[in-house]
Design a protein around this ligand. Sequence first.
Ligand code: EZ4
Ligand code: CO
Length: 421
Amino acid sequence: MFYWSETIVLLWSYAVKIASAEVFVGGPGKNYVTIKIRTDEGVTGVGDASINGRGLLPATYLKEYLIPCLIGMDPRKTEDIWQYFYRGAYFRRGPVTMAAIGAIDMALWDIKGKIAGLPVYQLLGGPSRDACLVYAHATGSDVEALLDSITHYQAEGYKAIRIQCGIPGMPEGYGVAGDDEDTKHFITDFTGLPKTEIWDTEKYLRFMPGVFEKIRERFGFDLKILHDVHHRLRPREAAAFAKEVEPYRLFWLEDPTPADDQSALKLIRQHSTVPIAIGEVFNSIWDCKDMMEQELFDFIRVSATIAGGITHLRRITDFADMHHIRTGFHGPPSHSPISMAAQAHLNRWAPNFGIQEYLVLGTPECDALFPSDHHMKNGMFYVSDAPGLGIDIDEKEAKRYSHQAHYHPIVRLEDGTMWNY
Ligand code: EZ4
Ligand code: CO
């Protein structure tokens, strides 16, 4: 008598080994860092290690330090391999280490899914929803331009929109039209040394609440609006601002203070009920554990790339759920479609999913480099049902691209003092 359960046991007791791993750097207007792992039976998996502005570091970390250890390992041991590289580094954490571990982890989940014949979200616990809410970026150098931009994204079907506006007397600002890759058709400016932006907190605090007021006047309260302060305020200033914008009912206020200080949000919490999102620069749960336990924020912004892949993001997501925190994973223009795919599987599973930032531009070049059938419709993300992550890198296409040096802008106050980008 032959039982199906025995077939499954047999399948999983097969020896499977990692035979090779290759790293690709580059992309259409981006420095994507992609790993492609191959098993001895020819099953492949892809992962992303892109760090905007520091692309060669994770690539070198992978090639010189992690891949030599990876060859010969059993790719199905996602947890043990994650622990091997995390604990084995001795000097733990940091974006470069965690991005390199994260890329391997994504690729191994991809392989695990292909061996099992299941999409990764099924391996995580199955779907909690049919499709996942995403938000777009509206921007304008002045309020009128911003309102036009919101109208445009609403017409495209978005139900949630991040809004960034030029401030009078402060023409260049984070996320404002013409300023950076967030707005220039999402293509990175590869020329020269860091650009300087000037920041003035008082001008910002005076002007920004009126922008929210005009948006509510024009669009009402059904539209979900988000806003990114990009780490620019001190706790007291952020608390005052959060209190003032409460009537406009933001979906979230993002990175009101620099994320290095885990207790900075306390003062905001004491003065305002505005939902707070933070965490795009966190690279492990140890960056946010205390503030999560104290329930100081509402949405966790970590990304699969910077924060150690699917294995670690799942751990952070579960911990967040215990503290009423929902997900709002990072998805800026510099984010690789592979990382977006990994996050999409987590989003479809997570009981505490909140929203997903989604700006990967589906240009013909990008789609040719990363073929997939994940898709977006009416501001919702639909995950592919293909086994694994449902995305690949076309190795021939990848040969067209290479690394090009690129920096984020830097920020100074009007008197020249360095400030937070
Ligand atoms: O500035 O990813 O919410 N999104 C953001 C991003 C970050 C970039 C930095 O590389 O804050 O646009
Ligand atoms: Co942000």
